[in-house]
Design a protein around this ligand. Structure first.
Ligand code: AMP
Ligand code: MG
Length: 315
């Protein structure tokens, strides 16, 4: 059920949960000051309690009330990338943030979204926690209808159109005197070079160790359909390919396209819609054309596809 900005505001300050658009993906929002609404987010999504939530703010100065001091380069990162698709994880003053939000960690994740509706809303409500508006493990929502598919026709949604990025924020974490990437996202690693003087390393979960980004423990972005990664397709093959509009595939296949091979922005933007389409149509298996460069935003696409496939299961 689509609601107005005013209705979304009223619901949130009264302790309800509302789906809110951001430029990355739709979020399930609750006020940071409403513990029961925060608990409800975990229940609605079926989200494990040890997977913390990102706190969304409307102004950078709000971070100061949660931290003792900023990590090096925090201000340069914030002034360059906020509002935008960057999440920064940093040590916080524990008692200032409910333990459920940070999954009892001594850190918390912050972002200022760029979407005009989320900005306006947060400037009125104050900080909102907002994980992606999808059932845990399923593809994220990039359109209000996706939210309805997961949470029902009566669920309140602030309609902000199609998300312009269509993929989650990049998450940076500060440790051992450097920022590193704990989740690939809409901002490519090389974008940080001019600000930090180095390209942050991409942290992968290590065997037997708790990952720096708890979300990495779980299967994510996954449709019911089985995804099979491929670079070639037999001439007499048939079925469904998730592929590219400027590539020729054998005639027996139906192609769900992710745009052109020259345009990774469009490919990541379309990904979740295409994955959701598989389930809407009851498609059981799809082959995915992964013959694209393993760099820049393509790397984010590759990581999402990998996790969305059964091969991406870590736990
Ligand atoms: P989503 O739930 O889709 O919004 O994704 C949020 C991601 O941020 C999840 O993978 C969380 O594990 C991660 N995250 C949130 N807070 C922290 C934190 N304090 N430290 C590390 N990762 C975090
Ligand atoms: Mg998510």
């Amino acid at each position: 059920m689509r609601v107005t900005l005013l209705q979304a505001y009223e619901l949130l300050i009264n302790g309800d949960v509302v789906a809110v658009p951001t430029e990355t993906v739709y979020g399930l929002a609750a006020s940071l000051n409403r513990p029961s609404a925060i608990d409800r987010i975990f229940q609605l999504k079926g989200r494990p309690q040890n997977n913390p939530l990102i706190i969304h703010l409307s102004h950078v100065s709000q971070v100061s009330s949660y931290v003792n001091q900023y990590p090096p380069d925090f201000e340069a990162l914030a002034s360059t990338f906020w509002p935008g698709a960057l999440t920064l994880v940093m040590p916080i003053i524990a008692e200032k943030i409910p333990a459920s939000v940070r999954a009892h960690l001594p850190t918390a994740a912050f972002r200022i979204p760029q979407h005009p509706l989320s900005q306006k809303l947060i400037s009125q409500t104050g900080p909102l926690v907002m994980p992606s508006a999808n059932l845990s493990g399923k593809p994220s929502s990039t359109h209000w209808k996706h939210v309805t598919d997961d949470f029902g026709a009566d669920f309140p949604i602030l309609d902000g159109g199609i998300c312009s990025k269509g993929v989650e924020s990049t998450i940076l974490f500060y440790q051992e005197e450097r920022w590193s990437i704990i989740r690939l996202g809409a901002i490519v690693p090389s974008a940080f070079l001019p600000i930090l003087g180095y390209e942050p390393q991409i942290e992968k979960p290590k065997n037997g160790e708790a990952p720096l980004c708890p979300g990495q423990m779980y299967r994510h972005y996954a449709p019911k359909a089985k995804l099979v990664m491929a670079k070639t397709f037999p001439i007499d093959g048939k079925g469904v390919i998730i592929g590219f509009s400027d590539r020729k595939y054998p005639s027996g296949y139906r192609v769900l396209n992710l745009g052109k091979t020259s345009d990774p922005n469009t490919s990541v933007k379309k990904l979740y819609s295409v994955l959701r389409q598989l389930d809407v149509e009851g498609i059981v298996t799809a082959e995915v054309d992964i013959d694209f460069p393993q760099e820049g935003l393509w790397l984010t696409l590759a990581e999402r596809l990998w996790k969305a496939s059964t091969q991406g299961v870590v736990a």
